[in-house]
Design a protein around this ligand. Structure first.
Ligand SMILES: [Zn+2]
Ligand SMILES: [Zn+2]
Length: 241
């Protein structure tokens, strides 16, 4: 009985780190100890200038900085550039899981803070926009995790946030359950704009939590480009590799 109560209490008000189980006292971060929080790995090596895929060789871009990966050369994405801040692994992966699926809204601020602290080159942006949730999913989770990250980015970079122009016209299955091909079909035609005119010639940063195959970002970019957006950058907290 005692251990049941303890487990319930730990769920409501956890005192141990979600990743390593040590005490979170003094970390200032909900559900994580400071050691695991400082262990997030930012992507620092050369990446594909188009899709952000990390290259194995540290010399990959030394001769031709514009050299895209083979996937992008075969099938260029509709966004102009994708940038991810960290690798979707270890304690960062656990933090994103807690943030999205617990769901734990209070992780939005520290995760957003870590994201903007580590943003490298993003310039000339007119609008910051989150990848929207369908209203049904929004009701289940209570918040859009991408909006919390976009809000923090907009504040930190002093760029206007557009949070209700892009929307989901129909519910989609969670991409995490699907294969690459299924992901493309799942999000096909799922997004639209309420005021397409607001996008003409704009340089947009689209924000989401995780970049996996890029299917969602690609579909959003299609809608933004059709409305005349000049440039679309897909910025995510983490990249699955
Ligand atoms: Zn820990
Ligand atoms: Zn690429």
């Amino acid at each position: 009985m005692h251990s049941v109560i303890r487990r319930i209490l730990d769920f409501i008000l956890p005192t141990s780190c979600s990743y390593c189980n040590s005490s979170i006292a003094g970390s200032g971060i909900p559900y994580f100890c400071s050691s695991c929080w400082s262990d997030f790995t930012p992507i620092r090596g050369p990446v594909c200038p188009r899709c952000g895929r990390p290259f194995e060789s540290p010399e990959a871009l030394s001769h031709s900085p514009e050299h895209a990966c083979s996937a992008c050369r075969l099938n260029p994405p509709l966004f102009d550039q994708a940038l991810s801040i960290g690798y979707f692994e270890g304690s960062l992966r656990e933090a994103i899981h807690q943030f999205k699926y617990r769901p734990c809204r209070s992780l939005g601020r520290p995760l957003g803070h870590w994201m903007v602290e580590n943003i490298r080159v993003v310039s000339g942006i007119d609008i910051v926009m989150p990848v929207p949730l369908h209203v049904r999913r929004l009701k289940q989770r209570g918040f859009n995790q991408a909006l919390l990250l976009a809000h923090r980015t907009s504040e930190a970079l002093s760029i206007p946030l557009s949070c209700d122009n892009l929307f989901r016209v129909r519910p989609t299955r969670p991409q995490v359950e699907l294969t690459g091909e299924e992901r493309i079909k799942n999000v096909s035609g799922a997004f639209a704009l309420r005021q397409p005119g607001a996008l003409a010639d704009k340089n947009v940063v689209l924000i989401d939590d995780v970049f996996t195959t890029g299917a969602t970002m690609n579909e959003c970019a299609l809608v933004l480009k059709r409305a005349g957006a000049a440039r679309v950058t897909a910025l995510t907290l983490a990249r699955a590799v």
